[in-house]
Design a protein. Structure first.
Length: 466
């Protein structure tokens, strides 16, 4: 009898440690935190006007209101970013129609009825389908009760590990033309050890809403949250910058050449350019450094150079990611891309002194070195030099006081099209010049460099205009 008590006590202790060690374990397909939902970064730049259609359920286990529930969650997340003017296209639109009809019925006081024809139209429509929905995608389950049938406490405990997986395809459609701008697939995956059978279950039954309430406090709830986070990232990534042209409820903002003003000190040697519609290029290169190990030095993908390495950073959205950091005389070049006309986009962060400069080199040729050199800072100072061998001359310079980094990061977009060079910082046009120098009209490769302070570069994209 004593031996049974001793064995029972030992197994009870074993189960206690098993539960303590495993109950809190969770894994997801990407790193994410609640901060990205609950503490969005205040975004003050131009916004894109967007609408999200109801998502279709194409997975076998996806039914009911799950599609519309996930759509509603995505709409809420997009609003929180501050980067989008999100237009109602769900149940709320039907209620708006009823209010407009009521206003025209004669039942509402004159002058106080909402007027028809004032609803805003979307520039981009997000259409999606849930192509995978697996609340129990895999895992292991088991019971302990069978081991010790004479100990009721142990006999009522079940131990297990459950996985959940969900996938969503997204298409981004230009409403004006019906053209599909881009498409992608986003996923969410989570797994956790679960314990059932203790007083009705530890996971609880708090409603989640939108057809997902039955998955509250389960791995599927975690997977859905990861999916939403990934979907927001995808929309931010694949909506072209040219669609970000609204400020609040104002009309679209039109990019204008930088002019001398009392609050700005501007010097331009080259001929000012005539404003024109931004060209659309073909994406030929993209690098976010996520596939490389921390500390990796050149070659890093297609980049060669020196005094550079991959590092972990916190990006503009307060998410942990990877970027390349240049130190000392650090410089990296992609000599596989030899272009004359291009669009280049990148995020950069000057680590210590915001007013120190990072460099972007365009149309680089060798023997001797000939290139355009763009000076980038975090305090609104931008300039362009022409470099030839050991000599250089400045051809444009501007200081704009109201351009500030977002969590130390600035997004730069450069358009090099024949003799015209445009530079945008955080969506604002800061330099727009024409340089008709025949010696600079030849294709070349691109480089990134630094001057005095360490500089991070991330999310580099190159579009060809040739």
């Amino acid at each position: 009898m004593r031996s049974w008590k001793w064995i029972g006590g030992f197994l009870l202790l074993f189960v206690f440690f098993y539960i303590s060690g495993c109950a809190g374990v969770s894994t997801t397909s990407v790193q994410t935190t609640e901060q990205s939902f609950n503490e969005p970064v205040k975004y003050e730049g131009p916004k894109a006007r967007i609408a999200v259609a109801n998502f279709k359920c194409k997975a076998a286990k996806c039914g009911g209101r799950i599609g519309s529930g996930i759509r509603d969650m995505l709409v809420d997340a997009l609003v929180r970013t501050g980067k989008f003017i999100v237009l109602e296209r769900g149940e709320g639109l039907e209620e708006i129609k009823k209010e407009l009809e009521l206003g025209q019925s004669g039942l509402v006081q004159p002058g106080k009825a909402p007027q028809p024809g004032l609803l805003e139209g979307a520039d981009i429509l997000v259409v999606g389908s849930i192509v995978a929905f697996e609340p129990n995608a895999g895992g292991i389950k088991g019971g302990v009760g069978g081991l010790i049938p004479k100990i009721p406490l142990i006999g009522g405990v079940k131990l297990g590990k459950e996985d959940a997986y969900i996938a969503l395809t997204l298409r981004f459609i230009d409403v004006r033309t019906g053209r599909i701008i881009n498409s992608t697939r986003v996923e969410g995956k989570a797994s956790s050890f679960s314990i059932g059978g203790l007083g009705g279950g530890i996971l609880g039954t708090i409603p989640l809403g939108g057809g997902l309430e039955v998955y509250k406090n389960t791995p599927m709830e975690k997977a859905v949250m990861v999916l939403i986070d990934n979907a927001v990232k995808a929309i931010e990534k694949y909506v072209p910058e040219s669609y970000y042209r609204y400020k609040g409820s104002e009309a679209p903002t039109q990019a204008k050449p930088v002019a001398t003003a009392p609050s700005e000190q501007t010097t331009q040697v080259a001929t000012p350019a005539t404003p024109a519609t931004q060209p659309e290029g073909k994406l030929i290169f993209s690098e976010d450094f996520e596939s490389y190990g921390i500390g990796q030095t050149p070659p890093i993908g297609d980049f060669t150079g020196n005094n550079a390495s991959v590092a972990t950073v916190v990006d503009a959205n307060k998410r942990i990611t990877k970027a390349v950091v240049l130190r000392g005389s650090g410089k990296i070049c992609n000599k596989n891309l030899k272009l004359k006309n291009l669009i280049l986009e990148a995020d950069y962060s000057v680590v210590h002194n915001y007013c120190d400069a990072g460099y972007i080199y365009l149309r680089v040729r060798e023997n001797p070195i000939i290139a355009y050199r763009l000076h980038l800072t975090g305090c609104g100072k931008f300039s362009v030099d022409k470099v030839a061998g050991n000599s250089s001359v400045q051809i444009a310079s501007v200081q704009v006081k109201d351009i500030k980094p977002v969590n130390n990061w600035t997004h730069v977009k450069v358009i090099m099209n024949n003799s015209n060079l445009k530079i945008y910082a955080n969506g604002r046009l800061v330099i727009d010049i024409n340089d008709n120098d025949p010696g600079m009209s030849t294709a070349g490769y691109i480089c990134f460099g630094r001057r005095l302070e360490d500089v991070h570069y991330d999310n580099i994209k190159v579009y060809s205009l040739d």
